[in-house]
Design a protein around this ligand. Structure first.
Ligand code: FNR
Length: 181
């Protein structure tokens, strides 16, 4: 069968480096893996009052997560943490209580930043949330990707300097999903 991976990108920016990274990483996966970027920009701000009647976008989002065999988070760092839009998506997917879409889904965490420490602190905050959400999360290798010239080639593939490292990361992520799915 095919392993469906829900890819959650933590940036809404049209030209997001993290979205480009997500797209390029998907191309490094084997043929039995299908990576699908899921929308989070249409999710309303989480409000517990809506638990009884979630918005259509929330129901769609949760179904996409529930139907996936794994989740890949590709996120920028905002003010040394994860962007609010990503936290909102995590919160929306986790509720109502007892009906989380996240529980048990194997996860990978990666991200790119123009800053030198490349999303390390955002990833650490995200890992804390994923632990609580009961998502087995790939621990090694870690990948803090510096968004600099040459990260992507003209076709949007991972550039030469980072390709072997990120291929190794994807290989480990794929094995992690297969082990936990
Ligand atoms: C940033 N950026 C940033 N970078 C970083 O390495 N650590 C940080 O804490 C922050 N904080 C931060 C806050 C806010 C509100 C913005 C808009 C940006 C810079 C960030 O890495 C850069 O804008 C990336 O290009 C964002 O990723 P996308 O949108 O290209 O995927």
């Amino acid at each position: 069968g095919t392993y469906r991976i829900a890819v959650v990108v933590g940036s809404l920016r049209k030209d997001s480096f993290n979205r480009k990274l997500a797209t390029a990483l998907a191309r490094l996966a084997p043929a039995d893996f299908a990576f699908q970027q899921v929308r989070i920009d249409d999710l309303p701000l989480y409000n517990q009052d809506d638990d009884g009647a979630p918005a259509e976008a929330v129901r769609r989002f949760k179904a996409e997560i529930a139907g996936a065999q794994g989740v890949l988070f590709v996120t920028p760092e905002y003010n040394r943490s994860i962007p609010g839009v990503l936290k909102n998506a995590l919160d929306q997917g986790s509720r109502p209580y007892g009906q989380s879409a996240w529980a048990g889904k194997p996860a990978g965490v990666i991200g790119t930043s123009i800053g030198a420490i490349g999303t390390a602190l955002a990833q650490q905050h995200l890992r804390n949330v994923l632990a609580y959400l009961d998502m087995p999360t790939l621990g090694q290798p870690e990948a803090f990707v510096h968004a600099k010239d040459g990260l992507f080639d003209a076709d949007g593939n991972i550039g030469e300097a980072s390709r072997a490292f990120l291929q190794g990361w994807v290989d480990k992520y794929v094995a992690w999903v297969k082990r936990h799915a």
